[in-house]
Ligand binder design. Structure first.
Ligand code: ZN
Length: 431
């Protein structure tokens, strides 16, 4: 009896812990959402309404956000070049069947024909990407096994925000927008975004018409713009990406594993892998963090010998190197960077440096006072340039890396003022 109860407790323990039974163990963490953000938001547009091309895509391009176009291939005669251009800008062109078929009224064979006809057309007309997600016309779910054969995920319309992992990747919930939907106004969009943040989940919007394009359930482009402005204001918390990329991220994250393969005093080599068999389908970078070893103040990360997106941050008093890397994408090497003193490094995301070739623009946080100093160090910690009086009244800073000592490579931009410091890594690619 005693033995039995122990077994039961053990089973209960395993069951309760399943969702966090990750193969990524301390000192590593894999982010729930890319960039260690709090939630994810995807905007999906159905049926190729005219305003999606003339209004929505230009607004998204302005914000640097990517959307998903669920395309009815048989209706897309005049749209292929616009879809190609959208794909070139990183938007997802995905499957909404060949004829907008109602899958509750046709058998699996007919469904397969709808899906393959549409996939073949999209993949032959739009290059540089593959149609790997789909949305059910009229929200009518199709044959599960069939959809799993062709797609990473399929979208339904249950009106709820998904959690960390959807219960059914072949029926991911979406929230209908526009005059016929639950989300009509900027206030509604804001409420949904706040709920996604609170729930730490995945919010998928379903849109059709934009302004007066005669599409179903139109949303005004002004409302759309305001919804993106709100997400931009909260970009530390909200990851905006396509339906396909968020689905890829979740699936990779849930079966990722990390193993350190070699360590020296100044470097750590590791392998990041997942158990997904098709690496061509699953090609989005996961965000990883690792506490820095004792005595390390700064670090830089490469994968396959190429610099990756990385930063050093302090969370709850612990200093981490945080980076994006591709599962099964080759050896990752974390290298110690000498010279930048530990108390210079703070959560660099506060700086929000944007870089245009050799010009850096950033906001100086209030606590840095009125006379901040900026410095640029090379990767050996040598100070290359120093700046003062680089801000305007709105605390926008701008500096130009025009020193002959700056050559393409990795540098550290550091801001100092009023006893506060922040550092961000920058990569100079051109001179
Ligand atoms: Zn539709």
């Amino acid at each position: 009896m005693k033995q039995l109860s122990r077994t039961l407790i053990f089973i209960l323990f395993i069951t309760l812990n399943l969702p966090v039974w990750a193969q990524v163990a301390a000192p590593y963490e894999v982010a729930t959402w890319q960039g260690f953000r709090t939630c994810a938001v995807s905007y999906t547009f159905d049926d190729g309404c005219a305003g999606q091309f003339s209004k929505a895509i230009p607004i998204f391009d302005e914000f640097g956000y990517k959307l998903t176009m669920f395309t009815v291939s048989g209706w897309s005669g005049g749209n292929w070049s616009k879809l190609q251009q959208a794909a070139n800008n990183g938007h997802e062109i995905a499957n909404h069947t060949a004829t907008h078929a109602d899958f509750s009224t046709i058998d699996a064979e007919a469904q397969e024909k709808e899906l393959t006809t549409s996939n073949d057309q999209i993949n032959s007309k739009v290059t540089g990407q593959q149609a790997l997600t789909m949305a059910y016309p009229y929200c009518k779910k199709g044959n599960d096994a069939l959809h799993k054969k062709y797609f990473i995920a399929a979208r339904g319309c249950q009106g709820t925000i998904e959690g960390k992992t959807p219960a059914d990747f072949m029926n991911v919930s979406s929230v209908i927008c526009g005059s016929q939907g639950a989300v009509k106004t900027s206030a509604h969009f804001k409420t949904q975004a706040n709920s996604a943040i609170q729930k730490k989940g995945w919010l998928v919007y379903l849109l059709h018409g934009v302004d007066n394009d005669n599409g179903y359930s139109p949303t005004s482009s002004d409302t759309l713009r305001k919804s993106l402005e709100y997400l931009k204001e909260n970009e530390q918390k909200v990851w905006v990406n396509t339906f396909g990329n968020v689905a890829r991220y979740i699936k990779e994250r849930n079966c990722a594993s990390i193993s350190e393969t070699a360590t020296t005093a100044t470097s750590i080599s590791l392998e990041l892998s997942d158990t997904l068999s098709n690496n061509e389908w699953y090609d989005i970078a996961l965000s990883i963090r690792r506490a820095l070893p004792d005595g390390w103040n700064n670090a830089t990360v490469t994968q396959n010998g190429t610099e990756v997106n990385d930063t050093v941050i302090i969370v709850n008093g612990v200093k981490y190197v945080q980076f994006d890397a591709l599962p099964d994408g080759g050896t990752i090497v974390i290298s110690k960077v000498e010279g930048v003193s530990s108390n210079l490094i703070k959560n660099s995301s506060e700086l929000k440096v944007t870089q245009q070739e050799n010009m850096l623009r950033f906001m100086v946080p209030q606590e840095f006072g009125t006379e901040p100093q900026a410095s640029v160090y090379d990767s050996n910690g040598r100070k290359i340039m120093a700046f003062s009086r680089f801000t305007d009244e709105s605390r926008q800073g701008c500096i130009v890396l025009d020193s002959p000592a700056i050559v393409p490579g990795v540098y550290f931009f550091s801001l100092l003022g009023n006893g506060h410091t922040a550092t961000q890594k920058i990569i100079v690619r051109v001179k």
